[in-house]
Design a protein around this ligand. Structure first.
Ligand SMILES: [Zn+2]
Length: 132
């Protein structure tokens, strides 16, 4: 699957479900796993914004539930009704790196297509690793 096709999967969801307000849905994410399956999800808002959960994490959770041992191949996230590409936050980068050490992440870019694809290792250098 191309990065553009994965972006379109996320965009299709946010354009259908975009909602601003208390339980807003403003971000959609699409996760492609190494098996070739795609999982899409929305952020889950609460009336307390500081405890809302990112769409990327929910999409990763859906993939994790459906495919034991799954690994992320590529991830895209888009925002607002027009579905512009956004970069994952720091917390999401930790999840992506844990569930896809060599995952590719789509980020916004000032080029013709409006996005670039970067390895998660470049988006999260010196990742946290638990020492045993
Ligand atoms: Zn996030």
């Amino acid at each position: 699957m191309t990065p553009g096709a994965l972006i379109q999967k996320a965009r299709k969801l946010i354009q259908k479900r975009y909602e601003h307000g208390g339980h807003h849905a403003v971000v959609a994410a699409a996760v492609l796993t190494k098996s070739g399956k795609v999982y899409t999800a929305l952020n889950v808002g609460t009336y307390q914004p500081s405890i809302s959960t990112c769409a990327e994490i929910i999409a990763i959770g859906m993939a994790h539930a459906a495919e034991p041992g799954m690994e992320i191949e590529m991830l895209a996230a888009v925002r607002d009704a027009n579905g512009y590409v956004i970069a994952p936050c720091g917390k999401c980068r930790e999840y992506i790196a844990d569930y896809g050490p060599d995952a590719r992440v789509i980020i916004p870019a000032d080029n013709k297509q409006g996005y670039a694809v970067m390895p998660i290792a470049e988006l999260l250098p010196h990742k946290y690793v638990k020492r045993t």
